[in-house]
Design a protein around this ligand. Structure first.
Ligand code: GTP
Ligand code: MG
Length: 210
Protein backbone atom coordinates (compact mmCIF):
# COMPACT_ATOMS: atom_id res chain seq x y z
CA UNK A 1 0.00 0.00 0.00
CA UNK A 2 1.12 3.55 -0.62
CA UNK A 3 1.75 5.96 2.27
CA UNK A 4 -1.36 7.89 1.31
CA UNK A 5 -3.52 4.76 1.39
CA UNK A 6 -1.96 3.88 4.78
CA UNK A 7 -2.81 7.33 6.12
CA UNK A 8 -6.37 7.19 4.80
CA UNK A 9 -7.01 3.79 6.31
CA UNK A 10 -5.54 4.94 9.64
CA UNK A 11 -7.81 7.99 9.63
CA UNK A 12 -10.85 5.82 8.86
CA UNK A 13 -10.01 3.40 11.70
CA UNK A 14 -9.49 6.34 14.01
CA UNK A 15 -12.82 7.91 13.11
CA UNK A 16 -14.54 4.62 13.92
CA UNK A 17 -12.76 4.46 17.31
CA UNK A 18 -13.84 8.01 18.14
CA UNK A 19 -17.56 7.21 18.12
CA UNK A 20 -17.44 5.80 21.64
CA UNK A 21 -15.92 9.09 22.91
CA UNK A 22 -18.90 10.97 21.50
CA UNK A 23 -21.19 8.59 23.43
CA UNK A 24 -19.18 9.07 26.64
CA UNK A 25 -19.59 12.84 26.25
CA UNK A 26 -23.33 12.42 25.77
CA UNK A 27 -23.56 10.34 28.98
CA UNK A 28 -21.60 12.91 30.92
CA UNK A 29 -23.58 15.84 29.49
CA UNK A 30 -26.79 14.17 30.69
CA UNK A 31 -25.34 13.64 34.17
CA UNK A 32 -24.26 17.29 34.36
CA UNK A 33 -27.61 18.60 33.08
CA UNK A 34 -29.44 16.55 35.70
CA UNK A 35 -27.20 17.88 38.49
CA UNK A 36 -27.67 21.43 37.23
CA UNK A 37 -31.45 21.28 37.03
CA UNK A 38 -32.05 19.26 40.18
CA UNK A 39 -29.69 21.29 42.38
CA UNK A 40 -31.37 24.46 41.09
CA UNK A 41 -34.83 23.14 41.92
CA UNK A 42 -33.80 22.13 45.47
CA UNK A 43 -31.43 25.00 46.38
CA UNK A 44 -32.62 27.80 44.09
CA UNK A 45 -29.10 28.07 42.71
CA UNK A 46 -27.83 26.53 39.48
CA UNK A 47 -24.17 25.51 40.01
CA UNK A 48 -23.56 25.29 36.24
CA UNK A 49 -23.55 28.31 33.97
CA UNK A 50 -22.90 26.41 30.73
CA UNK A 51 -21.13 23.35 29.35
CA UNK A 52 -19.12 22.83 26.18
CA UNK A 53 -17.57 19.66 24.81
CA UNK A 54 -15.48 18.34 21.99
CA UNK A 55 -13.99 15.15 20.65
CA UNK A 56 -10.41 15.68 19.53
CA UNK A 57 -10.14 15.63 15.73
CA UNK A 58 -8.27 12.68 14.13
CA UNK A 59 -5.62 15.07 12.80
CA UNK A 60 -5.16 16.53 16.29
CA UNK A 61 -4.79 13.05 17.77
CA UNK A 62 -2.19 12.02 15.19
CA UNK A 63 -0.28 15.31 15.73
CA UNK A 64 -0.19 14.76 19.48
CA UNK A 65 0.93 11.11 19.17
CA UNK A 66 3.72 12.15 16.79
CA UNK A 67 4.73 15.10 19.02
CA UNK A 68 5.01 12.82 22.04
CA UNK A 69 6.72 10.05 20.07
CA UNK A 70 3.91 7.59 20.81
CA UNK A 71 2.90 4.73 18.48
CA UNK A 72 0.19 5.44 15.90
CA UNK A 73 -1.84 2.49 17.14
CA UNK A 74 -5.58 3.08 16.93
CA UNK A 75 -6.42 0.40 19.51
CA UNK A 76 -4.25 1.91 22.24
CA UNK A 77 -4.97 5.64 21.78
CA UNK A 78 -7.37 5.61 24.74
CA UNK A 79 -4.62 4.30 27.00
CA UNK A 80 -2.04 6.90 26.04
CA UNK A 81 -4.23 9.98 25.61
CA UNK A 82 -6.49 11.29 28.38
CA UNK A 83 -8.08 14.14 26.46
CA UNK A 84 -9.66 12.55 23.38
CA UNK A 85 -13.04 13.45 24.89
CA UNK A 86 -13.25 16.78 26.67
CA UNK A 87 -16.05 18.44 28.63
CA UNK A 88 -15.72 21.97 30.01
CA UNK A 89 -18.07 23.00 32.80
CA UNK A 90 -18.36 26.71 33.50
CA UNK A 91 -19.68 27.51 36.97
CA UNK A 92 -20.78 30.82 38.47
CA UNK A 93 -18.72 30.53 41.69
CA UNK A 94 -15.58 28.71 42.88
CA UNK A 95 -17.64 26.77 45.45
CA UNK A 96 -19.76 25.47 42.56
CA UNK A 97 -16.66 24.07 40.84
CA UNK A 98 -15.91 21.89 43.87
CA UNK A 99 -19.60 21.12 44.44
CA UNK A 100 -20.13 19.83 40.88
CA UNK A 101 -16.88 17.85 41.03
CA UNK A 102 -17.92 16.23 44.34
CA UNK A 103 -21.40 15.39 43.02
CA UNK A 104 -19.86 13.69 39.97
CA UNK A 105 -17.35 11.79 42.10
CA UNK A 106 -20.19 10.38 44.26
CA UNK A 107 -21.84 8.69 41.27
CA UNK A 108 -21.15 4.95 41.30
CA UNK A 109 -20.53 4.67 37.58
CA UNK A 110 -18.08 7.59 37.50
CA UNK A 111 -14.47 6.68 38.30
CA UNK A 112 -12.15 9.58 39.04
CA UNK A 113 -8.76 8.49 37.68
CA UNK A 114 -6.89 11.73 38.29
CA UNK A 115 -7.46 15.22 39.66
CA UNK A 116 -5.34 18.32 38.95
CA UNK A 117 -6.33 21.25 41.08
CA UNK A 118 -4.95 24.31 39.32
CA UNK A 119 -7.22 26.46 41.52
CA UNK A 120 -5.45 25.47 44.75
CA UNK A 121 -2.15 25.54 42.84
CA UNK A 122 -2.36 27.72 39.72
CA UNK A 123 0.05 27.09 36.83
CA UNK A 124 3.07 29.45 36.68
CA UNK A 125 1.37 31.56 33.97
CA UNK A 126 -1.70 32.06 36.22
CA UNK A 127 -3.98 29.39 34.67
CA UNK A 128 -6.68 28.21 37.09
CA UNK A 129 -9.19 25.35 36.66
CA UNK A 130 -10.01 22.01 38.21
CA UNK A 131 -9.18 19.11 35.89
CA UNK A 132 -10.58 15.61 36.34
CA UNK A 133 -9.85 12.56 34.27
CA UNK A 134 -12.97 10.44 34.69
CA UNK A 135 -13.91 7.06 33.27
CA UNK A 136 -17.51 6.10 32.58
CA UNK A 137 -19.14 3.02 31.09
CA UNK A 138 -20.74 3.23 27.66
CA UNK A 139 -23.18 0.44 26.89
CA UNK A 140 -22.86 -0.69 23.27
CA UNK A 141 -24.83 -3.35 21.35
CA UNK A 142 -22.44 -6.16 22.24
CA UNK A 143 -20.16 -4.84 25.00
CA UNK A 144 -19.47 -2.22 27.62
CA UNK A 145 -16.57 0.17 27.06
CA UNK A 146 -15.05 2.18 29.88
CA UNK A 147 -14.18 5.51 28.34
CA UNK A 148 -11.96 8.32 29.65
CA UNK A 149 -13.11 11.94 29.52
CA UNK A 150 -11.14 15.04 30.55
CA UNK A 151 -13.44 17.31 32.54
CA UNK A 152 -12.32 20.89 33.06
CA UNK A 153 -14.31 22.81 35.66
CA UNK A 154 -13.83 26.54 36.03
CA UNK A 155 -15.61 29.76 36.93
CA UNK A 156 -16.68 32.38 34.40
CA UNK A 157 -13.69 34.51 35.47
CA UNK A 158 -11.27 31.59 35.03
CA UNK A 159 -12.78 30.86 31.62
CA UNK A 160 -12.49 34.51 30.57
CA UNK A 161 -8.77 34.48 31.38
CA UNK A 162 -8.05 31.04 29.85
CA UNK A 163 -9.94 31.77 26.63
CA UNK A 164 -8.14 35.08 26.05
CA UNK A 165 -4.74 33.73 27.12
CA UNK A 166 -5.17 30.93 24.58
CA UNK A 167 -5.99 33.44 21.82
CA UNK A 168 -3.05 35.70 22.71
CA UNK A 169 -0.54 32.92 23.26
CA UNK A 170 -1.18 31.34 19.88
CA UNK A 171 0.54 34.31 18.23
CA UNK A 172 3.81 33.19 19.80
CA UNK A 173 5.71 30.11 18.67
CA UNK A 174 8.04 30.17 21.67
CA UNK A 175 7.46 31.82 25.00
CA UNK A 176 6.03 35.35 24.95
CA UNK A 177 8.09 38.37 26.11
CA UNK A 178 8.62 38.82 29.88
CA UNK A 179 6.33 41.84 30.30
CA UNK A 180 3.59 39.89 28.53
CA UNK A 181 4.02 37.03 30.99
CA UNK A 182 3.84 39.43 33.96
CA UNK A 183 0.74 41.09 32.58
CA UNK A 184 -1.01 37.73 32.08
CA UNK A 185 -0.09 36.63 35.60
CA UNK A 186 -1.41 39.82 37.14
CA UNK A 187 -4.62 39.57 35.08
CA UNK A 188 -5.07 36.04 36.43
CA UNK A 189 -4.73 37.42 39.96
CA UNK A 190 -7.38 40.05 39.28
CA UNK A 191 -9.70 37.31 37.99
CA UNK A 192 -9.04 35.30 41.17
CA UNK A 193 -9.83 38.33 43.34
CA UNK A 194 -13.06 38.87 41.40
CA UNK A 195 -13.99 35.25 42.09
CA UNK A 196 -13.39 35.78 45.82
CA UNK A 197 -15.50 38.94 45.95
CA UNK A 198 -18.37 37.36 44.04
CA UNK A 199 -18.15 34.24 46.21
CA UNK A 200 -18.54 36.31 49.38
CA UNK A 201 -21.59 38.11 47.95
CA UNK A 202 -23.02 34.74 46.98
CA UNK A 203 -22.42 33.39 50.49
CA UNK A 204 -24.23 36.35 52.06
CA UNK A 205 -27.26 35.94 49.84
CA UNK A 206 -27.47 32.17 50.16
CA UNK A 207 -26.42 31.78 53.80
CA UNK A 208 -29.89 30.61 54.83
CA UNK A 209 -30.24 28.07 52.01
CA UNK A 210 -27.26 25.73 52.37
P1 GTP B 1 -1.58 18.35 27.60
O1 GTP B 1 -0.46 17.50 27.11
O2 GTP B 1 -1.68 19.70 26.93
O3 GTP B 1 -2.88 17.63 27.59
O4 GTP B 1 -1.24 18.74 29.11
P2 GTP B 1 -1.41 17.84 30.39
O5 GTP B 1 -1.64 16.43 30.02
O6 GTP B 1 -0.30 18.17 31.35
O7 GTP B 1 -2.79 18.34 30.96
P3 GTP B 1 -3.24 19.62 31.74
O8 GTP B 1 -4.28 19.08 32.67
O9 GTP B 1 -2.14 20.41 32.35
O10 GTP B 1 -3.90 20.53 30.61
C1 GTP B 1 -4.86 20.02 29.77
C2 GTP B 1 -5.71 21.10 29.14
O11 GTP B 1 -5.97 22.18 30.05
C3 GTP B 1 -5.13 21.79 27.93
O12 GTP B 1 -5.33 21.04 26.77
C4 GTP B 1 -5.92 23.11 27.93
O13 GTP B 1 -7.24 22.91 27.44
C5 GTP B 1 -6.02 23.42 29.40
N1 GTP B 1 -4.87 24.23 29.84
C6 GTP B 1 -3.81 23.80 30.56
N2 GTP B 1 -2.94 24.79 30.78
C7 GTP B 1 -3.45 25.90 30.18
C8 GTP B 1 -3.00 27.25 30.04
O14 GTP B 1 -1.93 27.64 30.51
N3 GTP B 1 -3.79 28.10 29.33
C9 GTP B 1 -4.98 27.72 28.80
N4 GTP B 1 -5.69 28.62 28.12
N5 GTP B 1 -5.42 26.45 28.89
C10 GTP B 1 -4.68 25.54 29.57
MG1 MG C 1 -4.53 17.55 27.41
Amino acid sequence: MTDLADDLSLLRDLERRLLVYKFAIEELMTKLRILSEEFDSVHRHDPIEHITNRVKKPEGILDKLRRKGLPLDVDSIGEVLDDIAGVRVICPFVSDVYRVSAMLARQHDVEILRTKDYIATPKPNGYRSLHLIVRIPVFLSDRVEHVKVEVQLRTIAMDFWATLEHKLFYKYDDSPPADFVDELMSSAMIAAQLDERMESLHRRIHQDDH
